[in-house]
Design a protein. Structure first.
Length: 76
């Protein structure tokens, strides 16, 4: 199992009980997960998880958005 977490402007991950590894160093501005994710019509995506991330380098923002659809997600 991988655990991802934010520490300041860094995105790190840890596998099981091993030491942490840096995935993004010093440029993480924001990271937001949404569940359920919305499509372009603002409708819920069944089993969808949205990830909105902004990296900042040299005063410039680099936004990234992605929606993942998870299989076998139980929705109430």
């Amino acid at each position: 199992m991988k655990i991802f977490y934010v520490d300041g402007n860094n995105l790190l991950y840890q596998v099981d009980d091993q030491a942490s590894n840096v995935l993004i160093s010093g440029s993480l501005h924001s990271l937001v997960f949404t569940f359920p994710a919305k499509d372009r019509s603002n409708e819920d995506v069944p089993g969808g998880i949205g990830i909105d991330m902004v990296l900042r380098r040299s005063g410039k923002n680099f936004p990234m958005q992605r929606t993942f659809v998870m299989r076998n997600v139980l929705l109430n």
